[in-house]
Every structure is written in C-alpha cells, then in structure tokens.
Design a protein around this ligand. Structure first.
Ligand code: AMP
Length: 187
C-alpha cells in the first residue's frame, strides 16, 4: 500500500506515519527528515536547502522531486511507503504521478490531516522547545502556515478529484487520531 500524508506543519503527519509504519510494515519517507539530515551532514543538498528551511520557505521543486524519485525506488519501498511532507506543490504532485506511472506503482490513499491554525501554532511552538528545530520560531512558523495555504492546500482538490482523499480530524490524542487513520486506510 502506498500512502500520502497531507496536512499543514504540526498536523501530526510524522507521528502518525511512524505508527502506520510499525503497524502496516510500510516505510515512512519524509522529505523534511531527509533534508534535515543533509543539513546536519553539510552535504551539497544540505547547503542548498538550509536557507529555505530556516525561513520556512519550500525547497525548490526540482530538488525535492529528485530526492523522492531516488528514494521510492530503493528496495525497502517495494512493500509500500508513506510519503510524509511530499508532495507540497501541484508541480510536485504532477511529477510524482509521472514517476509512479513509470515504475508501475499506484497510490492507495491520500490522508489529509485537518487541524485549526491556532492549534498548529501552539503545537509548533511546543515542539520548538522540545526538539530545538531551527525552523520552529514564530516568524518561520507563520511563513510555513502561509506557504501551506498558498502552495499545498490546492493539493486537497487535486487528490479529491482522484477519489483517494481521506479527510481526518487531526485534533485529539495520538491514539484517537491513529484510530481514525486506521479506519480511513483500512490497515
Ligand atoms: P517538514 O519537516 O516536512 O515540516 O519540512 C521542513 C522543511 O523542509 C519545510 O519547511 C521545507 O523548507 C522543507 N521541505 C520538506 N519537504 C518539502 C517539500 N516536499 N517541498 C519543498 N520543501 C520541503
């Protein structure tokens, strides 16, 4: 089974992806995690991505599309994957469709986590204290929420048209939300 987890920053995609990864034997593929690792290791990719990430802007499409194209063709993705934080633009979604077509993979569900803005800001500020992410500061948070509305929100319509969109209420305990995800994807 191949899934996309869609939703604003702080919606709980990563937390829920880890739960489904364990339960259903899928692999979590997080572009955010991959980019943060690249920044930490000071690779060429990391050097390109850092400024965008710190400002809360999106890393250019061609960069993340390249990363995903390689990653989902690795062996561990053959039994299914959860894309966490990708795609984030219509361009990325269209590129993903092409890549999946070429390698004969299909998407099963696009799980859309819905959380009100006020709660997102609270969660992201809390995470800033716990994890010390350099992009969890008030300015970057505000920008990331705006970027989501502008660039990523249109994907909800894009995937609704495919019949694969599953809207999830992302407010509640981790366990409650995990239960809703389970029901939505039937696994
Ligand atoms: P995340 O951990 O998914 O919130 O991602 C952290 C940051 O990494 C984002 O604010 C972007 O700067 C960058 N990033 C992650 N995924 C993508 C993507 N699909 N497209 C562009 N930038 C991304």
């Amino acid at each position: 089974m191949n899934l996309i987890f869609l939703g604003p920053p702080g919606a709980g995609k990563g937390t829920q992806a880890k739960i489904v990864e364990e339960r259903a034997g899928l692999v979590q593929v997080s572009t955010g995690d991959m980019l943060r690792a690249a920044v930490r290791n000071e690779t060429e990719l990391g050097k390109k991505a850092k400024e965008f990430m710190d400002a809360g802007d999106l890393v250019p499409d061609e960069v993340v599309i390249g990363i995903i194209e390689e990653r989902i063709q690795e062996d561990d993705c053959k039994n299914g994957f959860i894309l966490d934080g990708f795609p984030r633009t219509i361009e990325q979604a269209e590129a993903l469709d092409k890549i999946l077509d070429q390698i004969n993979f299909a998407l099963d569900h696009v799980v859309n986590f819905q959380v009100p803005d006020e709660e997102l800001v609270e969660r992201l500020l809390g995470r800033a204290k716990e994890e010390g992410r350099t992009d969890d500061n008030p300015e970057s948070i505000k920008n990331r929420l705006n970027v989501f509305t502008e660039k990523t929100q249109p994907l909800i319509d894009y995937y609704d048209k495919t019949g694969k969109l599953r809207n999830i209420d992302g407010v509640g305990t981790v366990e409650e939300i995990a239960g809703r995800v389970k029901e939505a994807i039937n696994a």
